[in-house]
Design a protein around this ligand. Structure first.
Ligand code: F6R
Length: 607
């Protein structure tokens, strides 16, 4: 949470930072600010305000924000409300700081360093700035080292010292920072997305290392003051993939990209007609020796895990738990050397998932992570990583990351089945052919976008929406319902349709649209009965059903969308696209900010 940018070079830093902050806004968008070192007059200039980056941009037109070295921030509030004074950067004495994370012991620090009455904001971040300022006596490295040792919590700091022109210092614990050289200087950010316009070479600043950026390059030291080497990485994201590509919102663009990114995720991992993870170093031993699997993830990524659970249990016959990472440690998790832990995360930075993964590894569990962002903390914390090739996902609501996570889970399930000798050639061939067909099937659904738009129109004025299904259909509805909630603000609940009559059916009225998904042959008759139950209570049913078959029952829907036919276990893919588009169109037609729903942030680095 919170986007961080820093630039030093020959160009005007404010323009570069404002553009980058717009790209980073998905990390938090309640306030924004920049600070620039004033190389002529000395001192630091700060422009900050509550609101979006566009508000900051207009503030900057009224202020002197010239300068070639600066830091910028877009905030998702943790400590202190949303107001100008709580926006970052925070200046204290000679230091100016931006921060992502939470300083847990900020109260103790206020007391210890007698800061009461001296702070201008309610943020924990300003407390850290004050402590750093106290320790700064001309040696930035020493001051940062001393400060870091006093802090408890997670942090990524970028710092300007007003008497050190042209240099940005940074340090982090858990919260991410990446840095890169540019043709005229250097840049740092919380996200690779902001680096991509400048270079494809970057590195992840290791935890508790102090990095210094200047026009002459980048230096890095560990906390004992020894110079540290830099491990460069290459980002393969294409810069053009970071713009909206002519769509009104990133969410639509990202939904439309799914056929391509699924292909890019799957094709490099198919050799001789079989899934192959040798490039990731994942041997069959790992997939055959585990007795159970535990998936840890949050939100949409966890919903991908639920689909994975259904697949693996059905095809491999081993037990799979899917645990919300935020709850993992508080429920006495039972994981051991025979439990393969799979962590799923788009950003690779979700702290709940990261901490759960670290815990599981301490218990001796082998681990694989499925991550979209190269070099992210979760990727580095797990034994093996499988990257989804979704490219930058900018809309806060996850779409293409989810389906690429599913694609990896389909591949992993197949590899596991083959490695365990459960499938013959014929079964493998049929499954892989279906897997490779997903992009074309998705295209078919995407081509019917306007049909889905009409369906979405029926929900525009709804206060509550229910979504019902069983088995795999229920798993995808959990995701469909989350999507609708987060981008349209309509209360929506996914319910296992057999469970409705145990209480929740009391909420169904003629005012409640119900989306029912029916894609699994073995569950169909029961699902159709459940649909009749809600229809009898007056609900208007929007039916998403596999194929074009004529239903025996009298008309039980008010709208119907016939999904292209795939094998049952793959129906998740076309159905998910329909649910994503319904959420998108409802939000669009309500005139909401689809890409930046209220209160949310894309990367959740606080527990
Ligand atoms: C919802 C959404 C979130 C994320 C969750 C985990 O659209 O995007 O629910 O899925 O915050 O994030 P990652 O995948 O980055 O760990």
């Amino acid at each position: 949470m919170c986007g961080i940018i820093g630039y030093t070079g020959k160009k005007q830093a404010s323009e570069i930072m404002l553009d980058a902050l717009e790209l980073l806004e998905y990390r938090g968008y309640d306030s924004a600010g920049i600070a620039l070192l004033d190389e002529k007059e000395g001192g630091t200039k700060v422009a900050k305000c509550a609101g979006r980056v566009k508000d900051l941009r207009s503030l900057c037109t009224q202020k002197d924000v010239s300068g070639t070295c600066g830091i910028g921030h877009t905030r998702w509030a943790t400590h202190g409300g949303v107001c100008d004074s709580n926006a970052h950067p925070h200046r204290f004495g000679k230091v100016t700081v931006i921060h992502n994370g939470i300083i847990e012991n900020y109260r103790q620090l206020i007391e210890k360093y007698e800061l009461d009455g001296k702070l201008r904001s309610q943020t924990d971040s300003e407390v850290a700035a004050a402590v750093l300022s106290r320790f700064y006596q001309g040696d930035p490295y020493a001051a940062i080292r001393k400060t870091v040792l006093k802090l408890k919590g997670t942090f990524a700091f970028a710092v300007l010292f007003e008497d050190i022109p042209g240099k940005i210092f940074a340090v982090r614990n858990v919260s991410p920072i990446v840095a890169a050289s540019t043709e005229d200087g250097a840049i740092l950010s919380s996200d690779v997305a902001a680096i991509v316009p400048f270079t494809t070479q970057y590195f992840v600043v290791p935890e508790l290392h102090v990095v210094c950026l200047s026009r002459d390059g980048i230096e890095m030291y560990d906390l004992s003051g020894d110079r540290a080497g830099i491990e460069w990485m290459t980002v393969d994201w294409d810069i053009s993939r970071s713009d909206k590509g002519g769509y009104p919102f990133y969410m639509e663009k990202e939904i439309m990209e799914q056929p391509r990114v699924i292909e890019e995720t799957v094709l490099p991992r198919v050799k001789d007609g079989k899934p192959d993870f040798s490039a990731e170093g994942i041997g069959d031993d790992m997939l055959t020796q585990c007795r159970r699997i535990c998936v840890i993830a949050c939100g949409t990524a966890m919903h991908a895990g639920l689909v994975g659970k259904s697949l693996i249990q059905a095809m491999i016959g081993i037990h799979v738990d899917v645990v919300m990472a935020s709850e993992f440690m508080y429920n006495d998790p039972v994981v051991d050397g025979e439990t393969l832990v799979i962590a799923i995360s788009q950003s690779g930075e979700t702290i709940d998932t990261l901490e759960a993964l670290k815990f599981a590894r301490k218990c001796g569990s082998p681990s694989i992570s499925i991550v979209n962002v190269k070099g992210a903390s979760i990727a580095r914390a797990s034994e093996y990583v499988i990257y989804t090739h979704a490219g930058p996902e900018i809309a806060v609501a996850s779409t293409k990351a989810y389906t690429t996570q599913l694609a990896v889970l389909y591949l992993l399930t197949a590899r596991m089945a083959i490695a365990r000798g459960l499938w013959d050639e014929d079964k493998t061939k049929r499954y892989m052919a279906e897997l490779l067909r997903i992009p074309r099937v998705m295209e078919e659904v995407l081509a019917r976008k306007e049909e889905i738009h009409h369906i979405a129109d029926t929900m525009l004025n709804a206060r509550d929406v229910f979504m019902i299904g069983r088995g795999l259909d229920y798993s995808i509805l959990l995701e469909g319902s989350l999507k609708l909630k987060e981008v349209s603000y309509i209360h929506s609940e996914a319910y296992a349709s057999g469970e409705l009559k145990h209480g929740t059916i009391a909420l169904i009225t003629s005012e409640t649209p119900v989306i029912a998904v029916v894609t699994q042959e073995k569950l169909k008759s029961k699902e159709l009965s459940n649909i009749k139950e809600v229809q009898s209570r007056g609900a208007k049913v929007i039916l998403l059903i596999k194929g074009g078959e004529v239903l025996e029952q009298e008309k039980i829907w008010s709208r119907i969308f016939r999904l292209p036919v795939m094998e049952d276990e793959f129906m998740v893919m076309p159905a998910s696209i329909v649910l994503q588009l319904i959420a998108y169109f409802v939000s669009l037609d309500k005139g909401l900010d689809v890409d930046k729903p209220r209160n949310l942030a894309k990367v959740v680095t606080v527990e």
